[in-house]
Design a protein around this ligand. Structure first.
Ligand SMILES: C[S@@+](CC[C@H](N)C(=O)[O-])C[C@H]1O[C@@H](n2cnc3c(N)ncnc32)[C@H](O)[C@@H]1O
Length: 250
């Protein structure tokens, strides 16, 4: 098989290039969380010592990346991946002093209000955050003036009817939680609890998502899985990665 590190090379993510492709592929649960943590850090200022909640961290790759790259302290919080599994990865990455694995459901977070300088969520917030009232719950754990940042699968626009016809062969019901940057901006702004600083589609998001899926499929010996075929058929018309950054106002 071709060298995974070569196949996964992507100039848009220079910091991520220092991490092994095999490590990323082995921890895959969705679009590449290391790339997307890097994309978030481009627009969300992280400083040494900041306390960061990584909500829905999965295998904690984004938590490890943020701790190593920005010297922040991260609470790697997840429901489906057990904290002892993440602790093994965290210890192997030598960031046990800065990344704390936590098992929690997103509606029952075991933290003090106002504890975090930033809340980030990569490929996960849409599982619980489309509820009108959720931002009010989770933003309470961030200090006033602190940051919230999300990257997740999304659509270019809101469609009157889902799916758009060309995506019908691939559509799964839970894609209904994928929304456009404009939808997320309004969803957060209408609470009056945050100021949205940025709501965009990641530049080259769908191409990067496809590159990642093709490398994962190849590495797993299962080339050309349905998600890759869907991204290719769509060619960025509807699908991409929605990025959202906001500051808590009150
Ligand atoms: C597609 S995975 C993404 C994981 C990781 N952030 C990544 O990008 O690879 C979605 C994650 O959201 C988390 N999640 C979904 N619903 C959740 C909930 N109600 N409470 C906490 N975490 C949740 C799951 O545990 C899962 O790890």
């Amino acid at each position: 098989m071709a060298d995974l590190d070569v196949l996964l090379r992507n100039d848009r993510y220079p910091r991520s290039a220092a991490y092994s492709a095999r490590w990323m592929v082995d921890g895959a649960m969705g679009p590449n969380p290391v790339w997307h943590a890097e994309a978030l850090a481009e627009v969300l200022p992280l400083e040494s010592g900041m306390r960061v909640l990584d909500l829905g961290c999965g295998t904690a790759l984004s938590s490890i990346f943020l701790a190593k790259e920005f010297d922040v302290e991260v609470w790697a919080t997840d429901l489906w991946v057990q904290p002892h599994e993440n602790l093994i990865r965290i210890a192997e990455a030598d960031v046990e002093n800065r990344v704390h694995p936590v098992f929690a459901e997103a509606h029952a977070l075991p933290f003090a209000e106002g504890f975090f300088d930033a809340l980030v969520s990569i490929g996960a917030y849409h599982y619980f955050g489309t509820d009108d009232l959720y931002l009010g719950y989770c933003s309470a754990f961030v200090k006033p003036g602190g940051w919230l940042g999300v990257v997740q699968p999304g659509l270019a626009e809101e469609y009157d009817v889902l799916p758009p016809p060309h995506l019908a062969p691939y559509w799964k019901w839970d894609f209904c939680a994928w929304h456009s940057p404009g939808w997320w901006r309004r969803h957060w702004e209408k609470t009056g609890l945050v100021t949205v600083e940025l709501a965009d589609r990641l530049p080259n998001g769908w191409q990067d998502w496809l590159q990642w899926n093709e490398v994962c499929d190849l590495a797993n010996g299962t080339p050309d899985q349905e998600e890759a075929r869907m991204l290719r058929a769509d060619a960025g018309r509807a699908l991409g990665l929605t990025r959202l950054v906001a500051r808590r106002t009150t």
